[in-house]
Design a protein around this ligand. Structure first.
Ligand code: COA
Length: 180
């Protein structure tokens, strides 16, 4: 139901993870552990490939499953749209291997997920929460014409049990239709 397979151009593809991707996911997280820990709480829980297989399997029935960004056969990162509660709102999340930063992969991945969220799932709103110091993530939001809505104090728990302030960005369906 929630399968994603979108050509992002330039040999890149956004595709839903399957359990067989677990080795590649774990290897990429392990290689980027320090930089990902700065912004995500789940990195310490990624202990081996089987932890990733379980994670992929546990999200199999969701309307919008977690996705990898692939360049050729190589996994470059992840780009997800989580459907939240009953408010017709979806939240995007993403990360890239350091070697794939700077190529527009996540901007194109999120654009594809916006189209899926608004067109296929009837969303009214999409949002992104980015650490106030996470300038690259905030640049993605700006590139996608998301509106900066405010700062959520201490709302993000990251690696090492630290809390960071998050900037909330939002994009409503009417705004997306103008900018798409
Ligand atoms: C956040 C993160 C995914 C952003 O990666 P990114 O590569 O800067 O973002 P994009 O993939 O959208 O690429 C944008 C860059 O590619 C360039 N680019 C090239 N082709 C492009 C295209 N077709 N479209 C858009 N940008 C393009 C842009 O100019 C920009 O480069 P610049 O900032 O050096 O000018 C990355 O820094 C990361 O993995 N950080 C750690 C995890 C993280 O913080 N995740 C987010 C938590 S909220």
């Amino acid at each position: 139901m929630g399968d994603v397979a979108v050509d992002l151009g330039g040999g890149a593809m956004l595709r839903s993870f399957v359990p067989d991707d677990a080795d590649a996911v774990y290897a990429l997280i392990d290689r980027n552990r320090v930089r990902l820990s700065r912004w995500f709480p789940w990195v310490d829980e990624a202990t081996d490939a089987s932890s990733q297989a379980s994670w992929i399997e546990s999200h199999r029935e969701e309307p919008c499953r977690p996705n990898g960004i692939w360049v050729g056969e190589e996994l470059a990162g992840a780009c997800d749209l989580w459907l939240l509660g009953r408010d017709d709102t979806g939240e995007v999340g993403f990360w890239l291997d350091e070697g794939f930063v700077g190529r527009g992969l996540v901007t194109r991945g999120v654009q594809a997920l916006f189209a899926i969220g608004f067109d296929r799932h009837g969303l009214h709103r999409t949002q992104l929460r980015a650490g106030v110091d996470n300038l690259r993530s905030r640049a993605v939001a700006k590139r996608l014409k998301m509106r900066e809505e405010g700062v959520l104090r201490g709302a993000g728990k990251v690696g090492g049990g630290l809390y960071v302030d998050l900037v909330m960005y939002g994009l409503l369906v009417d705004e997306w239709q103008i900018t798409r």
